[in-house]
Design a protein around this ligand. Structure first.
Ligand code: TYD
Ligand code: MG
Length: 458
């Protein structure tokens, strides 16, 4: 029985289902299931084949006390790029598989080429390109002025041939750019299909675990936001990093979305220039628009990862011609905005039901923490009234469903950052405010309820 086994994978959450259904039973998304081909039934049925599928070992399995298992403290190799190391959790771990996702053109290939060149002197490295020719890669490397010792490249998309070359060369570091171009001979599905991307990535993951080679997989993000088709890959790899940024701005943020070897939500900040990506080790104020006092703008201090960052939240509130006005959040969660507007109505007495509301975080970065709640509402209020907030004002704080303003972690550190950047006034949760009402020359207005905050901003 050499019938091939198939399954259905959700493009949204990566869940696997035995049969097709219109809605994913895991995440509830509609029409996201794609059929994928698994290994042939005969191979799948063989226990030896199944055992070998992960670590390549065919020894019978046995139970072992964990303390007797030989392991190395995650020995880390610096990428030579401090901001990259920070996001990885302190450097690269042997045998780790890291998916780097981002929009086309954001700088994924540039970052990896720079990192590879910087590590290649210490670790033999192989750059596998499925998108650009070798001449293009070499051209870019020389334009960036990168040292090329120890760096080899291969223009190939077939996984079998890539692994064959890798087995000969034995690199300690491999980049596959991009995972969407990879395909394996064992499947008949078209290159770029979910089946192919998934199985090809699985082969590389297996190879990384067997040989201790660290592998970077580059993945383009689709319009829907997932790494093209296979969100599936996120489950297979050790770390998922997203490269974000506004195409109009030269700043780029690398964010750990999943990391088995470090903290998530750690940010690395870079600036794209004519010599490639340059680190921005003190990024605090680069996400301010610099346009000064404008209606609909509120500066906040966010703390993503381990350091504070000043970012500007902008809102545009405008009478809507639609019976169902628009709520659009860029760089923030959409549902959170809808919730905040409901709280604004119920507990702030401010009605935007007949208005379109657009909210944007300046610089193309994404703010995930709830400390953005209060700044978002202050920006909305300011736009609605067409009146800027008082000069040099910052805000942060979570807004609860009953209109209470809740404290956020690291309040003092945020205040300190704002004071350092010359802000004069802060609207913050009561529990985050110093008793004295001032902090390093900054007036700190402590608020307990949304209504107090709105009044303080008026
Ligand atoms: P690239 O790394 O090719 O993006 P990705 O691999 O994510 O698709 O980066 C492409 C963009 O970066 C391209 O629009 C040109 C710009 N760029 C610079 O501005 N300076 C440089 O030194 C390099 C190499 C690229
Ligand atoms: Mg590229």
């Amino acid at each position: 029985a050499s019938k091939t086994r198939t399954a259905f994978v959700c493009g949204e959450c990566g869940a696997e289902h035995g049969k097709w259904q219109g809605q994913c039973g895991e995440c509830g998304a509609w029409n996201t299931l794609t059929q994928i081909v698994l290994e042939s039934a005969a191979a799948a049925a063989s226990p030896a084949a199944r055992r070998s599928s992960w670590a390549g070992k065919v020894d019978p399995p046995k139970v072992t006390a964990l303390k007797d298992v030989l392991h190395r403290e995650d020995a880390r190799t610096s990428t030579g790029i401090g901001e990259f190391d920070r996001v990885l959790g302190g450097g690269l771990v042997e045998g780790a598989v890291i998916l780097i996702g981002g929009d086309p053109g954001i700088g994924k290939s540039t970052l990896l080429l720079q990192a590879l060149a910087s590590m290649a002197g210490r670790l033999p490295a192989l750059y596998v390109t499925g998108e650009e020719s070798l001449a293009q890669v070499a051209g870019r490397a020389s334009r960036l002025g990168l040292p090329l010792d120890g760096l080899s490249a291969l223009a190939e998309t077939g996984v079998e041939r890539i692994l064959e070359q890798a087995s000969q060369m034995q690199p300690k570091l491999l980049v596959a750019d991009s995972v969407q171009t990879l395909w394996t001979e064992s499947l008949t599905a078209a290159p770029g299909s979910v089946s192919q991307v998934r199985e090809s990535a699985a082969r590389l993951v297996r190879y990384a675990k067997e040989t201790g080679t660290a592998i970077f997989l580059v993945g383009h993000v689709t319009k829907e936001g997932g790494i093209a088709g296979p969100r599936v890959l996120e489950h297979m790899v050790d770390a998922v990093l997203y490269f974000e940024g506004d195409s109009g701005s030269r700043f780029r943020v690398l964010r750990a979305f999943k990391n088995r070897f470090g903290a998530v939500n750690e940010l690395g900040v870079f600036a794209m220039g004519d010599k490639g990506l340059r680190e921005v080790p003190n990024p605090s104020a680069i996400f301010l628009s610099g346009s000064g006092r404008q209606p609909g703008s509120c500066v906040m201090v966010t703390r993503e990862g381990t350091r504070p960052l000043m970012v500007e939240v902008q809102a545009l509130v405008d009478a809507s011609p639609l019976s169902n006005p628009r709520r659009v959040a860029v760089g923030l969660e959409q549902n959170r905005l809808a919730m905040l507007l409901a709280v604004l109505h119920r507990h702030g007495g401010i009605m935007v039901g007949d208005q379109d509301v657009f909210v944007n975080v300046v610089g193309g970065i994404r703010v995930q923490e709830t400390a953005a709640d209060l700044p978002v509402l202050l920006a909305v209020l300011s736009s609605l009234r067409d009146r800027p907030l008082a000069d040099k004002t910052i805000a942060f704080g979570e807004v609860g469903l009953s209109g209470e303003i809740r404290p956020v972690p690291n309040g003092e550190e945020r205040l300190k950052e704002a004071a350092t950047h010359g802000f004069k006034r802060a609207i913050v949760p009561k529990a985050n405010a110093p008793k004295a009402g001032t902090y390093k020359g900054m007036d700190v207005i402590a608020v307990e309820r949304l209504a107090d905050a709105l009044e303080a901003a008026a």
